[in-house]
Design a protein around this ligand. Structure first.
Ligand code: ADP
Length: 396
C-alpha cells in the first residue's frame, strides 16, 4: 500500500466527521462522500489515471460537488497533519483532482452535445411532420377541388348539349368561357397534385418502351395550331430514327410539353423553337432551345423551384400560350421531378434576360437509356450515377 493511501486511510474518520458537520448545507449524502473518499484511497494506491474516482463521478457528481469534496479533504489534512506534510499531501492529491475536473468537463460537454443533438432531432422531426402535413393538406385539398370541378364541367357540357340552337348562340360565349376556366383550374389542381406526389417521393412511373422521336413529333402536331397562331416555327433536329428507351411515356410527354409550352410563352411572335435529341453513352439528351427573352443568370437555378415565376406576376396574362403568359410556377418543378424520378437530370443555359436582344434559352434533359424496365435497385444506382455527373451536367 502506498504511503499516501495509508495516510488517507488514517484520516478517513476525520474526513467523514467534516462531512457530517456540513450535513444539511450540502446536497451530497454521507454515503456518496464515503464512496468518494474510498475511491480516492484506491486511486492513491495505483499509478496513472484515477479510474476508481471516474467510476464514482460517472454515477453522480458535478464540478461543484467535486470542489466541495476537495475542500473537505484539504480541511481534514490541514487540521490533522503538520504543515509540511499537509502541503505534500495536498500536492500529491492535486493530480487526482485535476484528472477528475477534466473527466467531469468532458462528460459535461458530451452531455451538452447529446442534448443539442436531441434538440436538433426533435426539430428535424417537427419540420418533417410539418412538411408531411403540408403535402397531405395539398393532396386532400386537391381531391376536394377536383370533385366539384368535375361536376361543374359535366353540367356545363350538359347545358351545351341541351340548349336549343337559337339560344345556344347567345349562351355559347358564356359556356365556352366557363369551360375554359374549368379546364385551366383542372390543370392547376393536377399540377398541385403532381408536386405533392414529387415532394413525397410518390411519383410512380409506369415504364414502357418510349420512342423519343415519335413523342416529339406527336407534340409538334398537338401544338401546331398554337404555333401557327403565334407564328412560331418548331424545328426538330435528329429526332427521326432515334432509338427507344424504357420510360413513363405519359410523364415524359408532360415534361417535354411543359418545356415546349414555356418556350412558346417566353418567345415573342415569329420566333423559333428547336428540339434536338442526342444519343450519348447510356443517356439520351433532349434540348429545347428558343429565341425568346432568356433568363437572368441569378434565376437559372431558382426557376426550377416550385411557385417561382420570374418578373412581375401581376403583369402576366393567364394564358398558357400567349407571350409572357403566367402560370402557377410549377411547370419546371414538375419537369425536374419527372426527370429525377427517371434517374435523369434537367438544367438550363441562357446568356441572360433581354426582351429586346432576345438571347433565348436552352433547356437540357438527360434521360437514361434503358433496354428494359428498371428494378428499384438499379434505379437507385442510376440516381447515384447521376449525382456523379460532371458539374455542368449535375442535377439542379
Ligand atoms: P409557369 O407555370 O409560371 O410557366 P414554370 O415553372 O414553367 O412556371 O416556369 C417558371 C419561370 O421560369 C417562368 O415564370 C419564367 O420566368 C421562367 N422560364 C421558364 N421557361 C422559360 C423560357 N423558355 N424562357 C424564359 N424564361 C423561362
Amino acid at each position: 500500500m502506498s504511503e499516501l493511501a495509508a495516510r488517507l486511510r488514517q484520516l478517513r474518520p476525520q474526513f467523514l466527521a467534516q462531512v457530517a458537520q456540513a450535513a444539511g448545507a450540502i446536497t451530497t449524502s454521507k454515503d456518496d462522500a464515503t464512496r468518494f473518499y474510498d475511491a480516492l484511497i484506491a486511486a492513491s494506491e495505483t499509478e496513472g489515471t484515477p479510474a476508481s474516482l471516474f467510476e464514482v463521478f460517472k454515477q453522480w457528481g458535478d464540478l461543484t460537488t467535486l470542489h466541495l469534496l476537495r475542500q473537505w479533504v484539504w480541511e481534514t489534512v490541514r487540521l490533522e497533519l503538520p504543515p509540511a506534510e499537509a502541503l505534500q499531501m495536498v500536492m500529491a492529491l492535486e493530480d487526482h483532482f485535476a484528472a477528475c475536473v477534466l473527466c467531469l468537463t468532458e462528460r459535461e460537454s458530451e452531455r451538452q452535445a447529446q442534448a443539442t443533438e436531441a434538440q436538433l432531432r426533435q426539430m428535424r422531426a417537427r419540420l418533417e411532420r410539418l412538411d408531411q402535413s403540408k403535402s397531405k393538406f395539398v393532396s386532400v385539398a386537391a381531391h376536394e377541388l377536383r370533385t366539384p370541378l368535375t361536376l361543374i364541367e359535366g353540367y356545363a357540357r350538359l347545358m351545351m348539349n341541351e340548349v336549343e340552337a337559337e339560344q345556344f348562340h347567345r349562351l355559347e360565349m358564356f359556356l365556352q368561357g366557363l369551360e375554359g376556366g374549368v379546364k385551366r383550374l383542372e390543370e392547376i389542381v393536377e399540377a398541385i397534385v403532381d408536386i405533392s406526389l414529387i415532394d413525397n417521393d410518390m411519383l410512380a412511373l409506369s415504364y414502357q418502351p418510349l420512342w423519343l422521336g415519335t413523342l416529339i413529333q406527336q407534340l409538334q402536331v398537338e401544338l401546331a395550331e398554337v404555333l401557327a397562331e403565334r407564328r412560331l416555327t418548331l424545328n426538330t433536329v435528329n429526332v427521326v430514327d432515334m432509338g427507344f428507351t424504357y420510360a413513363d411515356s405519359e410523364r415524359a410527354r408532360q415534361m417535354l410539353l411543359n418545356l415546349l409550352e414555356n418556350a412558346i410563352k417566353f418567345t415573342p411572335d415569329e420566333g423559333a423553337i428547336t428540339v434536338s435529341v442526342q444519343a450519348l453513352p447510356g443517356f439520351f439528351e433532349i434540348a429545347v432551345a428558343d429565341t425568346g427573352i432568356g433568363i437572368a443568370a441569378e434565376n437559372l437555378e431558382h426557376i426550377f423551384d416550385k411557385f417561382t415565376a420570374v418578373g412581375n406576376v401581376a403583369l402576366h396574362t393567364s394564358s398558357k400560350t400567349k407571350f409572357k403568359g403566367g402560370g402557377p410556377g410549377l411547370g419546371l418543378s414538375i419537369a425536374r421531378g419527372i426527370a429525377h424520378a427517371h434517374g435523369g437530370t434537367i438544367w438550363v443555359e441562357s446568356p441572360g434576360y433581354d426582351e429586346q436582344a432576345l438571347p433565348g434559352s436552352v433547356f437540357h434533359v438527360m434521360l437514361p437509356e434503358l433496354r428494359e424496365p428498371p428494378n428499384v435497385a438499379s434505379r437507385l444506382e442510376r440516381a447515384e450515377e447521376t449525382r456523379a455527373l460532371p458539374r455542368h451536367l449535375s442535377p439542379v
